[in-house]
Write a protein of this length. Structure first.
Length: 329
């Protein structure tokens, strides 16, 4: 009886630890309201941060980038967005809001641009300005759990793929003749990759994903190892249980790779060769997975995470705009 009692107590303790570990990782990574300390530059926190997560700030002294940032600021100082909203279609009835910048002249060209993890419209400014100057209407939503949009958790691109479909419907309601480019960076790029496998209306002409990842499981596994040097079992499994309990999606079944196998629209995938936050090796994986008959990939030398358009701006925009112009007139 003594051994049975000891085994029983040990089982209870292990189960409690499993739950607590899962809750820790859920709160750290997926809870929309927690501070994402692991994304901060090392000098701003005593805790270990993920190398390469803050590539953008490293470019602050680059002459070309300083010039581009000044143009971004001037554009946003002189252009006021219209705030628009929709309700999520996943049954959670989240109010999702976005920044809409109408084209200055009549146009059927639209960019729907989706920002990255723990980010906001501030980090979408380069795409908003550039595509506005090219005559596009630009819609830059706050992802669920970010900015003005409702939601207590981050979907890591999986639930957001459905939000992309809802924003596409909103766009078509405004302009039935719309020619739509769907694009995003980082988690926004992963959201685009996941949305690529959904049935998309004919108004969606092409997609461009910048530094998107292969699956939620893969990216969380990478960060688990980068931050804590921990194996997937039992830690990622505990996180899986907590995420499923709180957010309702299974990180082991949320794969951009699987979604891309159903893709039909033209798609361009971009990634920085020096990206250590979302490993550069993921670019070839998502490219080869895509079933689209028309697909391209672009590797940017020396670019870190989310900084392809800053590191080699001429190369980046030459390919980005050429791809868009091929399908949107």
């Amino acid at each position: 009886m003594t051994w049975i009692l000891v085994i029983g107590i040990a089982a209870v303790v292990l189960a409690l630890l499993y739950v607590l570990i899962g809750e820790f990782f859920y709160h750290m990574a997926i809870d929309a309201h927690s501070k994402k300390w692991f994304l901060e530059p090392p000098k701003k926190t005593k805790k270990k941060t993920i190398e390469g997560a803050d590539s953008y700030s490293a470019l602050k002294d680059d002459t070309r980038e300083t010039y581009e940032r000044a143009l971004d600021t001037a554009y946003f100082d002189s252009h006021e967005a219209q705030i628009v909203d929709i309700v999520s279609t996943d049954g959670k009835n989240l109010v999702l809001k976005g920044y809409y910048y109408p084209a200055e002249t009549a146009s059927d060209k639209w960019l729907l641009f989706f920002h990255g993890y723990a980010s906001s419209v501030k980090w979408s400014r380069r795409w908003i300005r550039t595509m506005s100057e090219c005559g596009y209407h630009v819609l830059a939503p706050d992802m669920r759990g970010h900015g003005m949009s409702g939601g207590d958790y981050i979907g890591m691109g999986w639930d957001e793929r459905l939000d992309i479909l809802a924003w596409i419907d909103w766009t078509i309601a405004q302009n039935p003749q719309a020619q739509i480019l769907v694009s995003g960076v980082s988690m926004g790029g992963a959201s685009v990759l996941c949305a690529a496998g959904e049935p998309l209306p004919e108004q969606v002409k092409c997609l461009i994903a910048d530094c998107g990842y292969t699956s939620v499981r893969d990216i969380l596994s990478c960060q688990l190892k980068a931050l804590f040097r921990l194996p997937d079992f039992p830690f990622l499994y505990a996180a899986r249980s907590a995420i499923l309990r709180h957010a309702g999606y299974d990180i082991f079944r949320t794969s951009a790779i699987d979604q891309l196998k159903k893709a039909t629209k033209p798609i361009l995938m971009i990634h920085g060769e020096a990206d250590t936050f979302v490993p550069f090796s993921m670019l070839e994986q998502v490219y080869h997975a895509a079933a689209s008959k028309e697909k391209e990939m672009l590797a940017i030398p020396g670019a870190g995470h989310g900084t392809c358009c800053c590191t080699e701006p001429d190369l980046y925009w030459e390919h980005y705009l050429a791809f868009a112009n091929r399908y949107i007139k």
